[in-house]
Write a protein that binds this ligand. Structure first.
Ligand code: AMP
Length: 717
């Protein structure tokens, strides 16, 4: 078997197979399906054969085992429903009589019982520590403290047998910091199986600064850092040797791992006033460490000849705590801004965002409102030509909403394509931390995942769970996993694999810190307010033009990739994109709609849910989905971005939306939108699919506009 390390399926049937050695599959970790049925000479099997595997199916039909303690494990597996065994009729023979395995009754034959001396042990790096393990049971188990993976040197004590309890201890000498959070596990093994018990090791050590990264010019608004230390160090920041206190303009933003702190010192609209030396100090009871980096955010926007008023000179970060309020800090540049202001008005025309006063009221009856009602014929709506029900709004929907995407069937059903093998992740490697949200298929959790990458022993991940799966839901789950395994791009959310050993079925994705783009846009719009105990605390920084273009151009980049794979998404919308650190945006959901956005979908014919507000006429009328219909949806995404996450046609019921779109009406340009962007939207919303812009050209345009948009103009947004 050593010759086939990638083997996934093994079938040995109707043979003279008599025995299989324990651990024979230790070099075949990919095995998921084993069929040993109809082997008349096979009378026993050991659990140790299958122990290293994550089997999905083990077939043993028409094998008659010898009843006895040796196959008690199989009886337990069948009771637990492991590897599809519960649906099989399994038999054993005793004194020449065949009985159902479930009816086998064997005394003094059970899994071992195990206990450890501590559940947690805390030790300072370099010290020594001992843990004791006790095991009992019938048959009497063998005990072990496997130390593979431990960095500290160990010594094992002798086995001591006393009052039918076996004891063994382990001592860690000169404990290493790399063993912080190590789960020291004692195992008790007998013929029925293995049980284990663990001691969580906490190693205290002084802090170190692992990373302190210079921000990249123009687009970075953060200084990334990673600090290690146990207990977690307290962090202090200094700007040109003066301590920084958190303000609305500068704040540390971090994720706390078990012994790392990773994050960003985040700036709101940094300017050249924020350029300078930034020092990070990390302190715990075992030590202090500092590191300094130079942050260069922007060049001085104007040369020395330009007259600058004294007010600007007096408003520097060195002189008031730290943050440079954009609104205040730029007052000194008022004259120059005025010039820029007029230039822009002439450039972007009447709808320029710079033409506005105060916050945007997108839902309003004002003349220039973004309300789609401006396009709507308020007369009697004509009967619908489509096979859709009249009561359009779906409320309180639960788990129905698949928009069946035929491309899910691409893999595995095409004889010329290799079958996709989805990566499996062990459940014990996933530690759930908190709930992130709820999707159509189940809850989504933030989790730590071990052994995912060789560079890092653990990573933060998002785990999507599948609640109470029906057979159909399991199939959808498998299809989405295969699909995601095959889609890999920097603007498509990274898929790590599935966790299918036990319940719930889960998919593991890279964690995108700021969640879905729709929520993010709303949180960074003019009306967003952070509430603490129901009281408004502060507003998030509002997205500026260059940031909006940056978001849009990244989604377009993801779409170019999808088109190159001949993949039609069918459900592109901001709710299906995710936002990570540093405004990184990725397409993150493939053909699954959501409970929380249920009103974005329109139910047709009972089951199918359609995102009609994002769909072109040909998709609504003929269910025709193509790369060009995805381009239409991209136009709607642009509209969502420039309205800070409003629902397209928000004032219309679904049947009215269908009416509007099929009659050839399109969304009105958002008030914040430059003419060039509106032209792209209109290019996406050409009625004839062939006349629509090509996604590559769209991305190029957006990218060029973004590069040409001076970042300081964002301040005006
Ligand atoms: P979904 O099942 O994709 O509809 O996800 C439900 C919610 O979970 C989303 O609206 C997000 O807020 C959150 N979520 C999903 N995937 C991720 C991820 N990879 N990173 C962070 N949050 C996520």
């Amino acid at each position: 078997m050593d010759l086939y390390p990638g083997l996934q399926r093994l079938t040995i049937i109707r043979s003279n197979l008599r025995t299989i050695q324990a651990r024979v599959f230790s070099k075949n970790p990919q095995l998921r399906y084993i069929n040993l049925s109809k082997n008349p000479m096979l009378t026993t099997l050991s659990w140790q054969i299958f122990e290293p595997l994550q089997l999905l199916e083990l077939h043993l039909e028409e094998v008659i085992f010898a009843c006895g303690c040796e196959i008690r494990w199989l009886q337990l597996w069948q009771q637990r429903g492991e590897a599809g065994l519960s649906s099989q009729q399994l038999y054993c023979a005793s004194d020449g009589i065949n009985i159902q395995l479930q009816d086998m009754n064997i005394s003094s034959c059970d899994l071992p019982v195990i206990r450890v001396s501590h559940s947690n042990l805390t030790v300072v790096e370099g010290d020594r520590v001992t843990a004791i393990c006790n095991g009992s049971g019938a048959p009497l188990p063998d005990l072990d403290w496997p130390d593979n993976g431990l960095h500290s040197a160990t010594s094992h004590g002798a086995r001591v047998y006393n009052n039918s309890i076996l004891s063994i201890n382990i001592t860690l000498v000169n404990v290493s910091r790399d063993d912080n959070n190590f789960l020291l596990t004692c195992t008790a093994t007998n013929i029925v199986g293995m049980t284990n018990a663990s001691v969580q090791l906490t190693v205290h050590f002084p802090p170190t600064i692992v990373k302190l990264k210079e921000p990249e010019r123009r687009h970075d608004t953060c200084i990334e850092f990673t600090v290690r230390g146990s207990p977690h160090p307290t962090l202090r920041w200094f700007y040109n040797d003066k301590e920084i206190y958190h303000t609305e303009y500068v704040r540390p933003d971090m994720d706390i791992y078990q012994d790392d702190i990773e994050g960003c010192l985040t700036f709101k609209n940094p300017t050249h006033h924020n350029n300078g030396n930034y020092t990070l100090m990390a302190i715990n009871y075992l030590g202090v460490v500092t590191s300094t980096v130079y942050g260069h955010f922007l060049d001085k926007p104007f040369d020395e000849q330009v007259p600058i008023t004294p007010t600007a000179e007096t408003h520097k970060p060195e002189e008031d705590t730290f943050g440079v309020s954009v609104a205040v800090g730029l007052t000194g540049f008022a004259c120059v801004m005025l010039v820029v202001f007029f230039l822009l008005i002439s450039k972007y025309g009447r709808r320029s965002k710079f033409n506005m006063k105060g916050p945007v009221a997108v839902i309003s009856g004002e003349e220039n409102s973004a309300s789609p009602l401006h396009h709507v014929n308020h007369g009697i709506i004509s009967p619908c030509m489509l096979d859709v029900g009249p009561d359009a709004v779906v409320i309180g929907m639960t788990r129905i909403p698949i928009i069946e995407n035929p491309q899910y069937f691409r893999h595995g059903h095409n004889c010329n394509k290799p079958v996709t093998y989805v990566q499996h992740i062990k459940r014990q490697d996933i530690i759930l931390k908190r709930e992130l949200g709820e999707g159509a298929f189940g809850k989504v959790f933030l989790a730590e995942c071990y052994n995912l990458s060789s560079a890092k022993d653990k990573m933060l991940v998002a785990v999507k769970t599948l609640k109470d799966p029906t057979l159909a839901a399991r199939k959808d789950f498998q299809r989405e996993a295969e699909l995601l395994t095959n889609l890999q791009h920097e603007h498509i959310v990274k898929f790590y694999g599935v966790c299918a050993d036990g319940e719930p079925l889960s998919m593991v994705f890279e964690y995108m810190k700021h969640g879905d783009l729709n929520k993010f846009l709303r949180a960074h719009g003019p009306d967003a307010m952070i509430l603490v105990d129901g009281q408004p605390l502060q507003t998030n920084s509002e997205l500026g033009l260059s940031q909006m273009l940056h978001i849009a151009s990244q989604i377009a980049a993801g779409m170019i990739y999808l088109a190159s794979q001949h993949f039609v998404h069918r459900d592109l919308a901001t709710r299906n994109c995710l936002v990570g650190n540093g405004l990184l945006v990725k397409i993150g959901d493939f053909g699954m709609s959501r409970d929380i956005y249920s009103t974005d979908y329109y139910r047709v014919g009972g089951h199918t849910m359609l995102p009609i507000r994002w769909m072109p006429p040909e998709s609504i009328m003929y269910r025709k989905f193509t790369t060009e219909s995805d381009v239409w949806s991209f136009g709607v995404i642009l509209w969502e971005i420039f309205t800070y996450g409003k629902q397209p046609w928000f004032q219309l019921a679904n049947n009215e939306v269908i009416e509007c779109i099929t009659q050839g009406r399109v969304l009105e340009s958002p008030r914040l939108c430059p003419k060039e962007v509106n032209d792209i939207m209109l290019g996406c919303w050409q009625r004839e699919p062939q006349q629509r812009l090509n996604i590559k050209d769209i991305q190029k345009k957006l990218f060029t506009m973004m590069k040409a948009t001076p970042v300081y103009l964002d301040i005006l947004g």
